[in-house]
Structures are given as structure tokens and as C-alpha cells.
Design a protein around this ligand. Structure first.
Ligand code: LMR
Length: 394
């Protein structure tokens, strides 16, 4: 039966990783997939994570099943990290998922079950997996205007004008911080305006927060989300420990539902457990066990926070260094946007042709649409990036 299959579409990010791996050039530069690298170009295991993993290896006395919702100590700790200080914590129910993509799928399935005709609105552009995951759940996907390619900022007026049209059948998928792919985040005023409109118009916000700690710190990055949680009766959250705990391959994430009451949220959690049973049954344990250890031990938590802050500050420095290097080499300020963006990524506005030349002529890999992973750059490679960009006419 397989001979009838169409060739599958390639994932634009993961296929790039394979192409990069197969490129024999020594001076190639991978600015594709969202992975943090240190000054030596490595993605080391965080020290707090290593210590927690060692303790688990010594103390864990069973590999028996955990449960459909995964590790409840992890669920509780992660929910508190996101919603700390908001009364909505008492109306939240959480299920551990295989990464944030697993959480997106879980919540998409929940929406499709609870509100079969719902439309999910995603930003233009958005994370490459948003549309495929929501469509795989049978949901209709629409786009709201987001990025202004000229200013490289959010076109908040256009975005809010679209949001003003949404009603009870609509779900608004927002990036909690560090917008992927653009790096351009909405302002505090827009978070407030969205909360006002959701309250009035009855649409459901769904926040994807995969980079907490990489933009403006753990608290700053959760500010918009917490505002929605404080104001609204219902909210969906997908989150990930891939980046802020460096647990990429462990597939560690969570789907959180805030309901009008705890009983409503728990009913939703029951359905998420049913959905998990019908797909993968239980999420993998290791990453969640590590996070639970870190977040339930004061000294490990402090060590992890310090390491995360160090990564965040280094990304900010890299962004400033990029701006300086571009100013010096191009005698213009047209690359200053790198410093106003937050988190790992920036959309550069490169054309497909320029992206192809970067790859073929310079061994520089960036994602289609011109997304650059600034957090994948090391200080010693800034000049190479700048030179390659200017050579392709950026
Ligand atoms: C990215 O956008 O590069 C990451 O979030 C990896 C992924 O899952 O696509």
C-alpha cells in the first residue's frame, strides 16, 4: 500500500539539521534549529541538571510506570514556575507531555473535542509546527497579522485589529515570550488589550511559552501570561523544558488548562489523560524527574537560575555584538533590530535566494524565511556571519 504515498513534505527546521550534518566544510555555521551553544560552540548539560540526574541515578529504586499524567511533582513545580503569584494556580490542571510539541498536540486535541468547530489563530509568521499540529487535530487554522518586515517589529495595530474580530468560537495562539521565528514580542499594553478583548468577546487565549528565561528572565517572560491568567476564566498553556533546562532530547514539556473552577480544569485533565492513553500512554520520565528534582531543591534551583541567567545575558551580549559588527562592516544601522529582539531567534528578511547563497557559498545555515538562531552563534563566528550576510546582499 505504501507505493501510493506522496513524497512527504520535509520539515524546514529538522531537514536543515541533516543537511548541515552532511556538509563536509570545517568552517560551516549552523544557525538553524533552536539550540543554545556556549562560546566554544557546545550545548553542554547544565550543571544543576547533571547533578539532579546523578542523584536520580543513585537513588531511583524502580523503573515501574509513573502514570498517565506523568510526574505530578514536575507538573506542580512547572505550573508554579509559570503562574507563581496568580490566584489562577488554584484553578490549573497540568499533564506532563513529550516536549512542547506534545503539549500543543494535547491541547489541540482537547480543543477539537470540547469545541469541534473552533478556529485556531496563529501569528503570521509562526513556529513552523503550529499549523501542522493544529491541523492534525482537525482544527481550522487562520493567521493574524504579526510581523512588520520593514521595521522588524510587531505590527501591533494590525494584530489587535484582527483580534478585535474574534469571538467564542476562536482560539488565539500567542507566543508567551521570545517569538519564534521573529524575535519580536508584543508590548505589555498589547497583553492588556488582549485580556480586555478576550474578556469582552469570549475567545480563548492559548499561550505557547517555550523559552521562559531566555528573553527578560523567568519572571519577565511570564508577565503577559500571568496577566491573562489573572483576568480570564479559561486559558491554555503549552510549555517546554527543552531550552531553559537544556533537556532538548528528553522531550520534557507540559500542557496546562486553567478552568473557571478547579473541577472544570480537572475534568479537562481527565480528558487529556484519555488522549494520552490513546496515543503514547505515558510521557518519558527522565527529563521530568530531573526538573522536579531541581525545582524541589533550593540550592539546585538557585544553581539552575544562575546558569539560565548566564545564558540569557550572553544572548543579549551576542545581539549587541552583532549590531556593532554589522554597523562597522556595513556603515549602516539597518541591522540594529538584532538588539531589539528577544530570545534565540531573529527574522532577518533574507530572500530564499540569499538563504541558498549563504548555504552554498558560505556554509551558513539559516531557516527558510530568514530565521537566524542568535543563541547558536559563538563570539568568534560573528565576523563570519556578518561577512556572509553582506556578501549575499543582506
Ligand atoms: C525550533 O524552532 O528550532 C525548535 O523549537 C525546534 C523544533 O521543535 O522545531
Amino acid at each position: 500500500m505504501f507505493e501510493q504515498l506522496d513524497p512527504p513534505a520535509e520539515d524546514p527546521i529538522l531537514s536543515l539539521t541533516v543537511a548541515y550534518r552532511d556538509d563536509p566544510r570545517d568552517d560551516k555555521l549552523d544557525l538553524g534549529i533552536g539550540v543554545y551553544r556556549n562560546a566554544a560552540g557546545a550545548t553542554p548539560v547544565m550543571a544543576a541538571v547533571r547533578e539532579a540526574a546523578l542523584r536520580i541515578a543513585e537513588e531511583q529504586d524502580s523503573k515501574s510506570y509513573v502514570g498517565l499524567a506523568g510526574n505530578e511533582a514536575f507538573n506542580q513545580a512547572l505550573t508554579s514556575l509559570l503562574l507563581s503569584g496568580t490566584p489562577a494556580l488554584d484553578r490549573a490542571a497540568t499533564i506532563q507531555t513529550p516536549g512542547a510539541s506534545g503539549a500543543l498536540r494535547m491541547l489541540g486535541e482537547l480543543i477539537a473535542y470540547a469545541r469541534p468547530g473552533a478556529r485556531v489563530w496563529i501569528s503570521r509568521p509562526s513556529y513552523v509546527n503550529h499549523q501542522p499540529v493544529m491541523e492534525a487535530c482537525g482544527l481550522e487554522v487562520r493567521e493574524y497579522p504579526y510581523f512588520d518586515p520593514d521595521s522588524k517589529r510587531v505590527d501591533e495595530a494590525a494584530m489587535l485589529a484582527q483580534v478585535a474580530e474574534l469571538g467564542p468560537e476562536d482560539v488565539l495562539l500567542l507566543h508567551g515570550c521570545c517569538h519564534n521565528p521573529t524575535g519580536a514580542d508584543i508590548s505589555w499594553e498589547s497583553w492588556q488589550a488582549i485580556a480586555d478583548m478576550a474578556e469582552r468577546q469570549g475567545f480563548l487565549p492559548f499561550v505557547d511559552l517555550a523559552y521562559q528565561g531566555f528573553g527578560d528572565g523567568l519572571e519577565g517572560d511570564a508577565r503577559g501570561l500571568r496577566h491573562l491568567a489573572e483576568r480570564l476564566p479559561e486559558l491554555l498553556i503549552a510549555t517546554s523544558c527543552s531550552k531553559n533546562f537544556g533537556l532538548y532530547r528528553e522531550r520534557t514539556g507540559a500542557a496546562i488548562v486553567i478552568g473557571e473552577s478547579l473541577a472544570h480544569a480537572q475534568r479537562a485533565k481527565g480528558h487529556m489523560q484519555r488522549i494520552a492513553r490513546a496515543t503514547y500512554t505515558m510521557p518519558p520520565d527522565h527529563g521530568a524527574a530531573i526538573v522536579a528534582r531541581v525545582l524541589n531543591d533550593d540550592s539546585l534551583t538557585q544553581q539552575w537560575r544562575d546558569e539560565l541567567d548566564g545564558m540569557q545575558q550572553r544572548i543579549v551580549r551576542l545581539r549587541q555584538q552583532l549590531v556593532t559588527a554589522f554597523r562597522d562592516a556595513s556603515d549602516s544601522d539597518r541591522f540594529d533590530y538584532f538588539a531589539s529582539h528577544r530570545g534565540m531567534f531573529s527574522v532577518t528578511g533574507l530572500s530564499n535566494e540569499q538563504i541558498a547563497h549563504l548555504r552554498q557559498d558560505h556554509g551558513v545555515y539559516v531557516v527558510g524565511g530568514g530565521r537566524v538562531n542568535v543563541a547558536g552563534l559563538s563570539e568568534s563566528r560573528i565576523d563570519k556571519l556578518v561577512e556572509a550576510f553582506l556578501a549575499v546582499g543582506a
